[in-house]
Design a protein around this ligand. Structure first.
Ligand code: SIN
Length: 275
């Protein structure tokens, strides 16, 4: 299939589009790459159907967007740390990503995007929800924006590292990732502002007592999770989701126990967030 007829069909007004007219088993030519890159910036999450890609094609697709990120602790495909396993079955102590988050925000330079391909899906369930953090920022009052704009928060991955040890992962780096990031960051490509705190990684807002920080963060987590900022993706075998990790959050749903849901994620390196 040629890649010259790419079409985006939005899922909602704010976030998500299904992409038609592209075969990801083929290398992307420059025009197709530019179209998909532009589509990602516009729709924030792209969904592809019936893409029976192998690991090399998955890696090649990811590399078109930049250098690949290595997860600090998650299990990977044998000897391939750039291929992160996403897997849950009847024996799993937990499923990955079942709280609103953006990937590895505890890294000093968190990933710019993630590309998840599922090869096994449950008979029903296992949807992933995505939320638009520009829209969440835009919906705040000007007064709240001016309170949040100068703030910074500490993000750490301690909880995740310990969890991953239970399923065959472990720390790949010398220390657990941790970083201080702006609470409101500017997207490096669109220049738009967005909310950049998430419950699994953000520990506290710098310069506040824990009680003050908890109250403000709880408000933001509830605000970020409002349905009007979201879309919901129903997976099929060989579906792919690609999300802009800088301006979205996502939430996997583990409602299919004891069935199996399995796939691989390739993640693309990003930049240090700034105000
Ligand atoms: C993740 O990358 O956080 C997992 C998403 C999913 O399993 O849908």
């Amino acid at each position: 299939m040629r890649n010259d007829t790419i079409e985006f069909r939005p899922l909602t007004r704010h976030i998500g589009a299904e992409v038609h007219g592209v075969d990801l088993r083929q290398p992307l030519d420059d025009e197709a790459f530019r179209t998909l890159h532009g589509g990602l910036l516009e729709h924030l999450v792209l969904f592809f159907r019936d893409q029976d890609i192998d690991h090399e094609q998955h890696v090649a697709f990811g590399r078109r967007f930049g250098e690949l990120h290595i997860h600090p602790s998650a299990p990977c495909v044998d000897g391939r740390p750039e291929l992160m396993k996403i897997h849950a079955d009847a024996t799993s102590p937990f499923a990955e990503g079942t709280a609103w988050h953006t990937d590895v925000s505890a890294d000093e330079e968190p990933p710019m995007a993630s590309i998840l391909h599922l090869s096994t899906v449950p008979s029903v369930g296992g949807d992933t929800l995505f939320s638009n953090m520009y829209a969440a920022y835009d919906a705040l009052s000007d007064t709240m924006k001016s309170v949040l704009d100068p703030l910074e928060a500490l993000h750490t991955a301690d909880v995740h590292v310990n969890r991953y040890e239970q399923i065959g992962g472990g720390l790949r780096r010398e220390e657990h990732p941790h970083a201080i990031h702006p609470v409101i960051r500017t997207h490096p490509e669109t220049g738009r502002k967005l909310i950049y705190v998430n419950q699994p990684f953000t520990q506290n807002i710098v310069g506040m007592t824990q009680a003050e920080s908890d109250a403000l963060l709880e408000f933001l987590y509830a605000h970020n999770a409002k349905p009007q900022f979201q879309c919901r993706f129903r997976w099929r075998k060989n579906s792919i989701a690609m999300w802009d990790n800088r301006c979205t959050q996502h939430h996997a749903t583990w409602d299919y126990y004891p069935e199996t849901r399995s796939g691989v994620r390739v993640t693309i390196k990003g930049d240090r967030p700034y105000h």
